[in-house]
Design a protein around this ligand. Structure first.
Ligand SMILES: Nc1ncnc2c1ncn2[C@@H]1O[C@H](COP(=O)(O)OP(=O)(O)OP(=O)(O)O)[C@@H](O)[C@H]1O
Ligand SMILES: [Mg+2]
Length: 360
């Protein structure tokens, strides 16, 4: 359970000064187009991701009419039986933009904030995940898995470091022994990355089937050309070491590592329609994305990781007919959920328990 009790915002895009006490688990932000609803959710998403909901560059977040003023966002966060003050400041120093996080006034790392609470969001900006090919799907899943499993995140980072080191050594064409040692380390880490992806995807798929059967059912499919070898760690490592060896010339020429975590192809499949989601209708794609986000919520809950949900423009992902069952599903997480919408009527089903912020 996690709960923002109070939020204060300074100079974040259109919000020069904003403050609100949040009194319930359901927060509804309403108001006309362009009033600042998404910007408000974006301030929270920054606690979980360096680029936030819209993946914009940091320089775009300063209030445009006074871009030299520091951005400061502060929340009082309640979890189970304790409250803490989390904050971040984004500022320019010698033309470099920096973002610092604070816990109870003390500077902490991004990772420490992540360990404390996660914000999971769904926004119309994410719809392209459903139709825009395998790479964007893999990146989306990797972010989810990284937040759930810090070891996965470390493995991705370590693989990249080793691959970069190998590229430098190959440019100089010396120390073949050390290159081989790096390749062995890379193969071992790659095995862990690919295995963990499959493990988490199988959990997400199971949730869709067992816990979310009132919603559109999906299946995430993952594969690569070494699929069979993933059953046996040693044979996988030997085979991949050979591949790295064979690719040395190519990688040195293109100055890029051509074999690694990106070999996995990811597809989303609509179990109701028996169709790849790339081929589904726009509405079907949006409902499937909603199901995937709800599944993620269940993993966080099952693994006892605190999270808060942010649903931007929720009417674009669920129609009026299904909205009650959606609110009922979110309530099962027993954590805070924020919703935005231009039309307050959409939130009638939670009228008595929601806290409304009308930005108009
Ligand atoms: N750096 C900035 N400084 C000031 N205002 C900005 C900045 N960046 C964006 N804006 C403005 O913030 C306003 C609010 O944007 P936001 O996306 O939050 O609106 P919204 O209420 O979600 O609208 P919609 O209902 O259309 O989604 C927009 O008018 C946008 O032009
Ligand atoms: Mg918006």
């Amino acid at each position: 359970m996690a709960f923002v009790e109070n939020i204060k915002i300074h100079n974040f895009k259109s919000h020069i000064k904003f403050q609100s006490e949040l009194l319930t688990n359901h927060i509804v932000i309403s108001g006309n187009n362009g009033i600042g609803k998404t910007n408000l959710l974006e301030t929270l998403s920054f606690f979980s991701n360096s680029k936030g909901i819209r993946s914009n560059k940091l320089e775009n977040f300063f209030y445009k009419d006074n871009p030299d003023k520091d951005i400061f966002v502060e929340c009082s966060l309640k979890q189970e039986n304790f409250s803490s003050n989390i904050a971040y400041k984004i500022y320019k120093k010698n033309n470099i933009i920096t973002k610092d996080f604070f816990l109870d006034g003390k500077k902490i790392s991004n990772l420490e904030i992540n360990k404390l609470v996660n914000f999971i969001w769904l926004s119309p900006h994410m719809d392209k995940i459903m139709y825009d090919g395998s790479v964007i799907k893999r990146k989306f899943l990797d972010k989810i898995i990284s937040n759930l499993d810090f070891n996965f995140k470390k493995n991705i980072r370590d693989f990249k470091k080793l691959a970069d080191e190998r590229l430098v050594l190959m440019q100089n064409q010396n120390d073949l022994k050390w290159i081989a040692i790096l390749e062995e380390k890379m193969a071992k880490i790659l095995f862990q990355i690919l295995s963990e992806r499959r493990n988490k995807i199988s959990i997400i798929n199971n949730i869709s089937k067992k816990k979310l059967n009132k919603f559109r059912e999906f299946k995430i499919i993952i594969s690569n050309d070494q699929e069979l070898d993933l059953e046996n760690e040693n044979s996988f490592i030997e085979k991949v070491k050979k591949i790295f060896f064979e690719k040395r010339n190519l990688d040195a020429t293109i100055k890029r590592n051509s074999y690694g975590p990106s070999i996995d192809e990811i597809f989303f499949y609509d179990e109701n329609k028996q169709l790849n989601t790339d081929l589904c209708s726009t509405g079907e794609q949006k409902s499937l994305l909603l199901s995937i986000i709800l599944s993620c919520g269940w993993i966080y809950k099952d693994e006892n990781i605190n999270f808060i949900l942010l649903f931007d423009e929720i009417s674009s992902h669920i129609d009026q007919k299904n909205i009650e069952k959606f609110f009922a599903e979110v309530a099962k997480f027993e954590t805070q959920a924020w919703y935005t919408g231009t039309d307050k009527n959409l939130f009638q089903a939670i009228e008595n328990k929601a806290f409304f912020i009308d930005l108009a």
